[in-house]
Design a protein around this ligand. Structure first.
Ligand code: F0G
Length: 454
């Protein structure tokens, strides 16, 4: 057995609640069978997301106490600027309150009606912002990116031939940027290779288009490059990260994932880009030296960015995920493979093959898992998609339940509990039924939508 080993110790703990199944059923009914609408009083292991839920280090907490409160010119911001330059290699930094705020700024600046954004794959908030400003997206993964059970090391790679075809068909002038997402979230936290990013860069240069890197899960993508890409076997995480960010004109991130538990940012080495975006920060976020982030968080982001370079920190979550994926796999439960980052991704399309996609098999599986275990996962399938412009459902490529493993939060016995409960549910999977909406919000419906059993 390949047991992952923690190279940290637990010094602050929080008591968890494992409420009886009768209460869990009630909580599901009250929350419209939507795990986003459960409250943590009713949740045992919260595997909804790693966003804002990673454990903080002693050094981050210590730094937070030294924060310099100032509307303008805070020393905390200057420390963060330096960390961004040291770790991400970009000298101009614009703070924003979280990742989607960066997407709003970039979309506001660059997206017009008729714009097309080629990307390896969309993220929910990214797509919502691009379409909000009248743009469209083109998802250009290779076919292997959609294969659930695979041993391809870089399923997040962009299909270079398709990228060039898309540019030729649509016209470079209608493509304000190409977006690459590190550790591609919605296909199961799957990385791209640096070779692929170099190829994207070459095409971008040929047609004079900017490359934007979503770096929210950059550290983990770098760790998998280190493990899986021969050229980088001996490289440090710091060198790998810089190699990636050097290939992008603009890097943005959610600091709820990268570095800390709040905040976000956009950075670049291009003075013109900086100036184009600069004016939007005070409009949407706050003054340029805080951008809607508290100074305490700014301090912890700075420390957290440096900690991203520490392999003992960055490997903990992917190693635990690999352990969980291996356990589920050994039981015959289909998951996204190879194990990615952020969480284990269970294949609801196969486990709930008796539930039609229009009845949200992944949503149903997430609700059922909560009911029988108190474990809260997240639906990542048709329910998380937006309807097309005519109001029709867009069936997702994959129906996944994501069991997020935030960094340094769970113990191995808790991970074993999850595997054990998933195994029970798998044996009893025919008990799970589909769901339908009773309340469907028009935008990002999966967050607050309410459902009921069909
Ligand atoms: N980009 C990626 C790749 C993300 O995973 C997220 C958030 C964002 C952008 C938006 O950042 O939440 O700070 O506004 N992902 C979270 C998740 C919500 O649960 O996977 P945000």
């Amino acid at each position: 057995e390949n047991i992952p080993l923690e190279l940290h110790k637990v010094r602050v703990v929080q008591k968890l609640n494992l409420v009886p199944i009768e209460r869990r059923l009630k909580a599901l009914e009250e929350g419209g069978y939507n795990t986003f609408r459960l409250t943590t009083n009713d949740v045992f292991l919260d595997m909804l997301t790693d966003s804002g839920t990673n454990a903080m280090s002693d050094n981050q907490l210590a730094a937070m106490m030294q924060a310099d409160d100032a509307y303008a010119g805070s020393q905390s911001f200057i420390r963060l600027q330096k960390a961004v330059e040291d770790v991400l290699g970009k000298k101009y930094f614009l703070p924003v309150h979280q990742g989607r705020a960066a997407e709003n700024i970039l979309s506001n600046a660059y997206i017009r009606k008729g714009s097309l954004i080629p990307m390896n794959y969309h993220f929910t908030t990214t797509m919502a912002h691009i379409t909000q400003y009248g743009g469209k997206i083109a998802e250009l993964l290779y076919d292997e990116g959609y294969v659930i059970d695979s041993d391809h090391p870089f399923k997040g790679n962009m299909n270079i031939e398709k990228l060039e075809d898309t540019i030729k068909t649509h016209g470079a002038k209608n493509i304000p940027f190409i977006r690459m997402e590190a550790s591609t979230n919605l296909i199961g936290g799957q990385p791209f290779s640096i070779k692929n990013l170099r190829d994207v860069r070459a095409i971008a240069d040929k047609y004079n288009i900017r490359v934007v890197l979503d770096a929210s899960l950059l550290g983990e993508n770098a760790y998998l490059v280190h493990l899986r890409e021969d050229e980088f076997k001996e490289s440090s995480l710091g060198d790998i990260i810089k190699t990636m960010t050097d290939l992008a004109d603009i890097v943005y991130f959610s600091a709820r994932k990268l570095s800390s538990s709040r905040g976000g940012g956009i950075c670049t080495n291009d003075r013109d880009i900086y100036q184009e975006l600069e004016a939007l920060i005070p409009l949407f976020e706050g003054f340029l030296t805080y951008g809607g982030i508290s100074v305490r968080e700014i301090e912890s982001m700075a420390v957290g960015l440096y900690e991203t370079l520490d392999e003992t920190m960055i490997r903990q979550s992917p190693d635990f995920i690999a352990y969980l994926v291996n356990s589920l796999d050994a039981y015959g439960i289909s998951t996204v493979k190879p194990a990615g980052v952020l969480g284990a991704h269970v294949n609801a399309m196969e486990i709930c093959d008796h539930i039609p996609q229009k009845e949200y098999p992944a949503g149903a599986l997430a609700a059922a898992l909560y009911l029988i275990s108190g474990v809260r996962g997240m639906e990542r399938g048709t329910l998380s998609n937006q309807r097309d412009e005519y109001g029709n459902e867009t069936l997702a490529d994959m129906e996944l339940v994501r069991l997020a493993v935030p960094r340094r939060v769970f113990t191995l016995s808790q991970i074993k509990y999850v595997a054990d409960r998933m195994a029970w549910l798998y044996d009893n999977r025919k008990l799970i039924g589909g769901l339908r909406f009773v309340y469907e919000p028009p935008v990002l419906r999966f967050f607050m939508g309410g459902l009921e059993p069909v």
